[in-house]
Ligand binder design. Structure first.
Ligand SMILES: Nc1ncnc2c1ncn2[C@@H]1O[C@H](COP(=O)(O)OP(=O)(O)O)[C@@H](O)[C@H]1O
Ligand SMILES: [Mg+2]
Length: 257
């Protein structure tokens, strides 16, 4: 049974219309899913490994084409043409588990790299301007790393590197942030810091965020709304307070048909 979703009074930023994903090897990763992601919500996807969290995130940013159904966004409409998908991806900030930074570059250079994607290929032949540099520094300041701006990324701790990952995502001036297990390889103190910063920034800027996590306690602590996935199905959708033992059982005990 789906829980009542308290967010429903909020306006929708992105809609998933009856989407299913079957990979080419026949794996059914998402069974038909109908979903609204609301503006200003930090939505956490919770579920065991293989539940379909990464697939759903990839559908949300257009990296995986659904087998059936479609995604639409408030700003762009139905994401069907490659031009619409490109625009959508440019507007979507991604934070990854392995932050995918370039270790030999400085933190500032890594953050600036996110800005290059916003320009035409011709423009990228020229150095980015002073305004871009200032903006990137501002993003580093928001994650508490301004003093590390000129240090090589590989000299930073794992938690600091992930904060650079967050700075890089927000430097893109995204209209939505998607994060796939952003703290899976961090210690508890760093995990809380990264998730806290990500949440605060999204709240301050009014950016909807969808974050997949496998740690229940962080989902409870940082989500406005939790979507529980099990075997490609949404089995819970509601605020953290509603996530009771019965709901957890639905999420974590795979039903055998
Ligand atoms: N590229 C792929 N090709 C085939 N099967 C995949 C692919 N990616 C994921 N899967 C399968 O789809 C299911 C959902 O995976 P995934 O979305 O990665 O779940 P999660 O992120 O919750 O661990 C799993 O059974 C996984 O093995
Ligand atoms: Mg995953």
């Amino acid at each position: 049974m789906l829980e009542k979703n308290l967010s429903k009074t909020m306006s929708s930023f992105i809609s998933v219309h009856d989407i299913s994903v079957v990979y080419s090897n026949g794996t059914v990763a998402l069974k038909p899913v109908e979903l609204e992601i609301y503006e200003n919500d930090v939505t956490v996807l919770l579920g065991p490994s293989g539940a379909g969290k990464s697939t759903l995130l990839r559908v949300l940013n257009g990296l995986v084409k659904p087998t059936e159904g479609y995604v639409s966004s408030k700003n762009i409409g139905a994401l069907t043409s490659s031009k619409q998908l490109r625009t959508h991806r440019k507007n979507t900030g991604m934070v990854f588990q392995q932050h995918q930074l370039i270790g030999r570059l400085t933190t500032l250079q890594n953050v600036l790299l996110s800005r290059i994607g916003s320009y035409s290929s011709l423009r990228t032949l020229f150095p980015l301007g002073k305004n871009e540099r200032q903006w990137a520094l501002n993003c580093l300041e928001r994650v508490g790393l301004i003093e590390k701006a000129l240090e090589r990324c590989d000299a930073l701790s794992g938690g600091q590197q992930q904060r650079v990952g967050v700075a890089r995502a927000i430097a893109q001036r995204p209209t939505m942030i998607l994060a796939d297990e952003p703290v899976a390889s961090l210690d508890p103190a760093s995990s809380e810091r990264v998730l806290g910063m990500l949440r605060d920034i999204c709240k301050q800027d009014g950016i909807p965020a969808v974050i997949s996590l496998h740690q229940l306690e962080y989902a409870r602590q940082f989500a406005d709304r939790i979507i529980g996935l099990s075997q490609g199905e949404i089995v819970f959708d509601g605020p953290p307070l509603d996530l009771n033992d019965k709901a957890l059982e639905e999420i974590y005990s795979a039903k055998k048909l």
